[in-house]
Design a protein around this ligand. Structure first.
Ligand code: NDP
Ligand code: 8X3
Length: 254
């Protein structure tokens, strides 16, 4: 595991920052990408001495910025061994006929297109070196529907199926692909979903032992550290306090 270069998108908070902390302890070179460069710089300072760190302040929706960043990775970081496609968000919980179309577009551009850009740019090097690992952060929302999940769940279904299709394309190489599908986890996720409404965000996790960012980081660390011939395809992980509900049934009063 040591000596690997790991690129993490969405590393300024939540799962991404926790992955940086968990993986830095194993002595890695880390490339940390997100928009909030102050948080990336703070993480770089925090992890100084544990890992070599290169930070990239960008918006994953900006294809040119992603191309420029991946193509200009400085020398010790040029060969990415592990790409953790984690940057993403949900916006809103309204029914489909009431949502803000801009929110849908932001989710598609971030969760789908940003992930596509990084994957397409990093993958040729992995195939040429015949080693590498792509870890895509999907969600239970990509497999199980819920009211208001509309496009968010749709973007995560894309991530899950894209991950499986990558495995098909990469058969015959030593490049691994893993899709992780967490359920409810307490991060900045709900603050972002509810656009800064802290009371609503807190309510999501009230009285539950939600997953933590560290739970997901530990899972990522485990997945990466399997022997090279072992590909963990898909992992669905939930808090003990979360499970599925029955089908919803609308009953007519007439
Ligand atoms: P957080 O909101 O805590 O972190 C999200 C990260 O994504 C931040 O670092 C943010 O950085 C980054 N990000 C968002 N948009 C962009 C963008 N346009 N460009 C670059 N970076 C961006 O949420 P989580 O850690 O919980 O979420 C991480 C991933 O896990 C997401 O894909 C989410 O959908 C998924 N997930 C979350 C679950 C949960 O319940 N928390 C459960 C299942 C999946 P910055 O704002 O600095 O750009
Ligand atoms: C985040 C989990 O259930 O809020 O992907 O969609 S959920």
């Amino acid at each position: 595991m040591s000596g690997q270069t790991i690129l993490i998108t969405g590393a300024s908070a939540g799962f991404g920052a926790a992955c940086a902390r968990a993986l830095a302890m194993a002595g890695k070179r880390l490339v940390l990408a997100a928009r909030r460069d102050d948080l990336l710089l703070a993480l770089q300072r925090e992890l100084a001495g544990k890992a070599e760190i290169h930070i990239i302040a960008l918006d994953v929706r900006d294809r040119q910025a992603v191309e420029a960043a991946v193509e200009s990775l400085p020398e010790p970081f040029r060969e990415v061994d592990v790409l953790i496609n984690n940057a993403g968000l949900a916006l809103g919980l309204e029914p489909a006929h009431q949502v803000d179309l801009d929110d849908w577009e932001t989710m598609v551009d971030t969760n789908i297109k940003g992930l596509m850009y990084f994957t397409r740019l990093v993958l040729p090097g992995m195939v040429a070196r015949n080693r590498g690992h792509i870890i895509n952060i999907s969600s239970t929302a990509g497999a199980w529907p819920y009211p208001g999940g509309n496009v968010y769940g749709g973007t995560k279904a894309f991530v899950t199926q894209f991950s499986r299709n990558l495995r098909c394309d990469l058969l015959g190489t030593k490049v691994r692909v893993t899709c992780i599908q967490p359920g409810m986890a307490e991060t900045e996720f709900s603050q972002v979903r509810f656009k800064g409404d802290q009371a609503k965000a807190t309510q999501v996790y009230q009285g539950t032992a939600a997953l933590t960012a560290e739970d997901i980081a530990e899972t990522v660390r485990w997945v990466i550290s399997r022997p090279a011939h072992v590909n963990v395809n898909t992992l669905e992980i939930m808090s003990i306090d979360q499970a599925w509900g029955p089908f919803a049934i609308h009953r007519h009063n007439d």
